[in-house]
Design a protein around this ligand. Structure first.
Ligand code: MRU
Length: 384
């Protein structure tokens, strides 16, 4: 059974509570945009595609409840304004990943377009929203499977030039089923390599301070029985220098890829890209086209979210399971009291350090000017 971070049946939205993983697999119900906003802010769901999907679906379930309880206005304009206001609110939950803002913009356009029709009503605007939400969920999964196929082929083609048919790879943070509607982006590439019997070993970083690697990626790799080894972030240089580890590629996800290819991703990504360059290891970013933000020219324009100091000064773990199966988490302070803390959640990897951006349409490499050009990916796109 594949892991599912998000369960949606048109009426009910359940998300796996990622704060309790890997200790407990518990789904929590999201009833409204407010619930969705809070779950994203608290990182019960995280990962660029997953937060966009949960935001959109949280509003879908709220709208469905309004429709069923007959509390909905019949005016398409009033319903459209309500949806627009909620979408703008959802976008304020986390700033760096572009997928959320991108989805909000698209859904705003969908409802506005529908409301402009002469025969539109409040309920028919909702129907347009619901249909688009279902499409978004299905598209994300199929896009991830395509990213996996394109990425694994590219890596194996490169490896073959060095006479290798089996590769070892390193990944950072969590980009798997838990960060998307399923399968994953960078972790999807690893899944695809594994399914082709071409993966020797996947290494995953712990990903301090939030430990998405140790808690979530390790959980997914064990779940799928993929040969994998966990390292702390500070071990990556030793790993790349180790001929026995023989790492061929580092594959990461992205929260926002600027028009020139500069990439915002989990803090620590930039350090890995520098290491990859020094060691002659391929460095790849795997992301759907919804993560490419052509309106942002370079990484310097990307807003980096700063998170609370407590994420750095403390560690969390399970205390005990109560009879009700809910988990009590214990927080232990590890840093000296009084120390100042800087906790940026993401960093920017300059395009110059990236060998390829793996999308559902194929792998984009840099042009002769040393930068990425993504426009051809969007040409003739029915959904971009
Ligand atoms: O703070 P997070 O856990 O939301 O950060 C997640 C990442 O940085 C991922 O690499 C990125 O969102 C891509 S997920 C497919």
């Amino acid at each position: 059974m594949s892991l599912q971070a998000i369960r949606y049946d048109g009426k009910q939205l359940l998300i796996i509570d990622q704060l309790q993983l890997p200790y407990l697999e518990e789904y929590v119900a999201i009833h409204s945009a407010k619930d969705g906003w809070q779950a994203i802010k608290d990182m019960r769901v995280r990962g660029a595609p997953a937060i966009a999907i949960v935001a959109i679906l949280s509003l879908a379930v709220e709208l469905r409840t309004l429709l069923d309880s007959e509390k909905l206005s019949t005016s398409s304009q009033e319903v459209t304004s309500f949806i627009t206001e909620r979408l703008h609110y959802l976008v304020t939950s986390r700033p760096t990943a572009v997928n959320l803002a991108d989805a909000a913009r698209k859904f705003e356009a969908v409802v506005n377009e529908h409301a402009a029709k002469v025969d539109s009503t409040g309920p028919s605007v909702l129907e347009a929203y619901f249909q688009e939400a279902e499409r978004m969920l299905a598209n994300d999964l199929s896009d991830n499977q395509s990213i996996g196929a394109h990425g694994s082929k590219w890596i194996l083609d490169q490896a073959l030039l060095q006479g290798k048919t089996i590769v070892n790879v390193l990944t950072h943070c969590n980009t798997g089923s838990l960060a998307t509607s399923g399968y994953g982006t960078a972790l999807g590439v690893i899944r695809s390599l594994h399914s082709k019997n071409a993966l020797g070993r996947a290494y995953c970083t712990e990903t301090r301070p939030y430990n998405q690697g140790a808690r979530l990626t390790a959980f997914e790799l064990v779940h799928d029985k993929i040969p994998a080894t966990l390292i702390t972030d500070s071990m990556a240089s030793a790993l790349l220098a180790d001929p026995k580890a023989n790492v061929s590629a580092i594959i990461v996800g992205a929260d926002r890829v600027a028009a020139n290819g500069d990439t915002a991703n989990k803090i620590g990504t930039y350090a890995l890209a520098v290491l990859a360059k020094y060691h002659g290891v391929k460095f790849l970013v795997a992301a759907p086209r919804t993560t490419i933000d052509r309106a942002t020219k370079t990484g310097a324009e990307i807003i980096i979210e700063e998170r609370p100091a407590s994420e750095v000064t403390t560690i969390k773990g399970p205390l005990q399971k109560s009879a009700a199966r809910s988990l009590q988490m214990e927080t232990i302070r590890v840093a000296a009291p009084g120390i100042d803390v800087w906790n940026p959640a993401f960093d920017i990897t300059p395009a110059v350090l990236i060998d390829g951006v793996i999308t559902e349409k194929g792998v984009v490499e840099k042009g002769s000017d040393g930068f990425f050009h993504f426009d051809s990916l969007f040409e003739g796109a029915s959904r971009s």
